[in-house]
Design a protein around this ligand. Sequence first.
Ligand code: PLP
Length: 372
Amino acid sequence: MTDDDFLLLNPGPVPVREEVLAAMGEPMVSHRSADFEAVYERAQDGLDYVFECSTPDGESTSAGGTSIVLNGTATMGMEAAVANLVGDGDEVVSLVNGKFGRRFARIAERYTDEVVRVDADWGESIDVADVEAAVSDDTALVTTVHNETSTGLVNPTEAVGEVAAEHDARFVVDGVTCIGGAEFRVDDWNVDVALTDAQKAIETPPGISAMYLADGVEEHLDGESAPFYEDLDWHLRKAGQHQTPFTSAVPLFRALAVAVEGIESETMPTRIERHRRQAAAFREGFVGMGLDLFSNPDGESELSNTVTAIALPESIRGDADDFFDAVAERNVSISGGQAHLGGEIFRVSNMGSLSDEQILRGVRTVGEAMGD
Ligand code: PLP
C-alpha cells in the first residue's frame, strides 16, 4: 500500500481483507442448503472462539453459550436483546456516557416506562457507586457499552456485571467496537448477552451482526413480546441447525466465516496485543503533536485500544470542515464527533488488520491537515 491509496480509519466500517471480499462473490446458494449450513457453522465456530477467548492468554472465559448471526447491524442486536429480555413495566438500568449508551436507553424506553439512566458526561467515567445505587432486586436488565465508540472510553464492565449479578438482573453488553480486537470476558464479567457488529473489529463488510447468548439466558427470553423478526428463541432454535429463521444474507455470512477464521489463525492474544500497541501509537502521535485526548478515564474506566478520540484545538473547534477536507484530500478517511461532539473532536480507529505504517500515515496526515 502506498501513501496514495485510500486509507479508511473510521470506527467502522473498517478495511476488509481480499479473501473476505472474494468470498462474497461466490455463486449463490439457498439459505436452506447444506452448503449454507456449513458456512453458518464455520461462522459460529469462529465467533465462539472470538466471544469466548478474547483474553491476553487466549484461555476461554465462558462455561458455554451460543453464537448467532443476525441479518441486521448491531443496533438490531441491541434491540433484539432488550426486546426479548424486557416486558412492559420491567425495570432497566442503562449506563449512558456516550452516544451508544444513550441508544441502549432509548431502545429500552420503547419497551418499558421503567428505564433508569446512570449518566456521566460523554468522555467521563461512570461512577460504579451510581450503578450500585440504581440497580435493585427489581431490576430486570442492565445495559452497558463496553467500548464507547463516540468517546474512545472503555466502561467498567466487570464491576457493573458484579452489581447486576448480585441482584440477579440480566446483563447485556455492547462489545461492538472491541470484540475481535480487545479483551472481553464473558463469564468473568457475568455477561448474559454480548453483541458485536460484523463491520468493526471482526473485519467483515457491514450489514450483519453477531450475538453471544450465555447458557441459561434462554430461560429469560420472551420472544413473543419482541418484534417477530427479532424473536431470539426462534433464532436460537434455528442456529442449532446452522440456519436463520428468515432468508440469510448469504454473501455476508460467507464473508464472516472467512473473517473469523482469519482472526482464529492470528489468535486473539496476538490481536489484542497488536490493537493495544497501535492505539498507544495513535495516542502518542497525536499527543506528541500537542493535541489532547478527549476522554478522561478514572476509577475502573480506561482508554480504548480500538478507537481514539482527540479534542480539536480551540483554533479549529466549531468550524472544522477545512480540517476534515484537508484530511480527505490526502485520501484518508477519519470521523468527526457525534451528536453534540460534532466540531469538537475527531476519531480514528485501529480496528482490524492495519499495518504500523498505516497508523503512522494516519498521524502524519492529521498533522499535515492541521498545518494547512
Ligand atoms: N454500538 C456501538 C458501540 C457502535 O459503535 C455502533 C456503531 O458505530 C453501534 C452500536 C451501532 O451499529 P450499527 O450502526 O451498525 O447498527
